[in-house]
Design a protein around this ligand. Structure first.
Ligand code: FES
Length: 183
């Protein structure tokens, strides 16, 4: 029974919202099935990007998707969460760098960690020892990592605990108002 319950929780926690693995060569695979089957590099390439349908995500909700085997948080922030993330001085931050893969030299100001303020997209791996933090938990209601007590804010920045860096921001782009492509 305990095992079944655990499975249920895991399934519920991992709300996959219409994600698809995509690839830069796209329709080319249909034309070259044998090449695709025989080329291991193509299998890796096929997981290079993950497309996420944003329409089912409600305000205040954070979901998890997978990109290149990593957990990605996609959070639709409320106005209060955005304001909380922006009403912070850089001097208050433990890690004042953005940790945005696309903006390696930017500061950790919230503006440098998002493309659209409403959507916060992060690699969901605690920068301490790699646990997956819990959304909407902790003192700052961002994420809380139960492994050793790291606390992240509503921009995914480390505020307390042993983690040395902010949650990292993966490369991504909006294909439309309702679709984002991660990777
Ligand atoms: Fe998150 Fe240690 S792995 S606090």
């Amino acid at each position: 029974m305990a095992e079944a319950h655990s499975d249920d929780v895991t399934r519920r926690d991992f709300l996959y919202v219409a994600t698809t693995a995509a690839t830069a060569v796209g329709a080319g695979f249909a034309a070259w099935p044998f090449i695709h089957q025989m080329n291991p590099a193509a299998n890796v390439l096929a997981l290079a990007t993950t497309e996420v349908d944003l329409t089912p995500i409600e305000k205040g909700q954070s979901i998890k998707v997978l990109w290149q085997g990593k957990v990605i948080f996609v959070r639709r922030r409320t106005e209060e969460e955005i304001a909380a993330a922006r009403n912070v001085q850089l001097a208050e931050l433990k890690d004042p760098k953005s940790e945005n893969i696309a903006k390696p030299n930017a500061s950790a100001a919230d503006e440098n960690r998002v493309v659209k303020p409403e959507w916060l997209i992060l690699i969901g791996i605690c920068t301490h020892l790699g646990c997956i933090p819990l959304a909407n938990e902790g003192e700052y209601k961002g994420w809380f990592c139960p492994c050793h007590g790291s606390v992240y804010d509503t921009s995914g920045r480390i505020r307390k605990g042993p983690a040395p860096e902010n949650l990292h921001v993966p490369p991504y782009a909006f294909k439309s108002d309702s679709t984002v492509l991660i990777g």
